[in-house]
Design a protein around this ligand. Structure first.
Ligand code: 6PG
Length: 241
């Protein structure tokens, strides 16, 4: 596998703009080739600016949203209207503003028992993708090296078969539901969007190889697409430049 594409942008707005253009281009290609574009959205704060860009001109008209299918890389175990919900954030920032058909938005049911939510989401992913993966998985990264809800030392890191699992996160004292690394790695491409000084140490160790491969410590190192493209979009702070 070729190394990741790494782009460093001066600040969060330019990072979001570059990522939005990346997603637009990926969507255009996928829709042209397959008639659809399946994307898993990330939660947290970093993607908010990106989602707001995609929810406004020119992206509202440059992407054929009727062909887009929206999934979630992970979800907090809360109702969809909870301030903590990744679905709520994505809905407010993006989905409420673009004409993605309702039946094309696949929410992880954070309001039900975590194991059941994971089973149902995994069954849906299997039905839609079989042994394949998404067209694009958008991911963020925490300053502890977690991505999606694959946190250091958590049980989900050991999952080899299921596409989605419930994962208890000790440091948060909370359950999460997350896509697993094996499923994420089946994607046609994975795009990381990472910003902020707090992430610089892990970015350096993960991308510059200043630490041995240690996914238990840095789960983000588990994200290595089997045959897909891997891109890291960083702001100058996360790239420590
Ligand atoms: C979540 C996200 C998570 C996020 C990182 C980075 O549910 O919180 O999926 O993996 O991407 O925690 O979050 P920030 O973008 O807020 O730094």
């Amino acid at each position: 596998m070729n190394g990741p594409q790494i782009r460093v942008l001066p600040d969060l707005p330019s990072l979001a703009s570059a990522a939005a253009e990346h997603i637009r281009a990926s969507a255009e290609l996928s829709i042209r080739l397959t008639g659809r574009f399946s994307i898993a959205l990330a939660g947290g704060q970093t993607p908010r600016t990106l989602y707001q860009l995609l929810a406004n001109p020119p992206f509202t008209s440059q992407i054929d949203w009727s062909r887009v299918e929206v999934f979630f890389g992970d979800e907090r175990c809360v109702p969809p209207d909870d301030p903590e919900s990744n679905f709520r954030m994505a809905n407010e920032m993006l989905l409420d503003h673009v004409p993605v058909p309702y039946e094309h938005v696949f929410r992880i049911q954070g309001e039900i028992e975590p194991e059941q939510a994971a089973i149902e989401y995994g069954r849906m992913l299997k039905a839609r993708f079989g042994d394949g993966g998404l067209d694009l998985v958008l991911l963020g990264m925490g300053d502890d090296g977690h991505t999606a809800s694959l946190f250091p030392g958590s049980a989900a890191l050991a999952e080899k078969h299921h596409r989605c699992v419930a994962n208890y996160v000790d440091k948060l004292g909370k359950w999460r539901v997350t896509m697993t690394a094996p499923f994420i790695n089946r994607a046609y491409e994975v795009l990381f969007v990472v910003a902020g000084q707090g992430k610089a140490k892990v970015v350096r160790e993960v991308l510059e190889g200043t630490s041995d491969l240690d996914p238990a410590t840095y789960p983000v190192q588990m994200i290595r697409p089997v045959s897909g493209r891997l891109s890291w979009y960083l702001d100058a702070l996360a790239a420590d430049m």
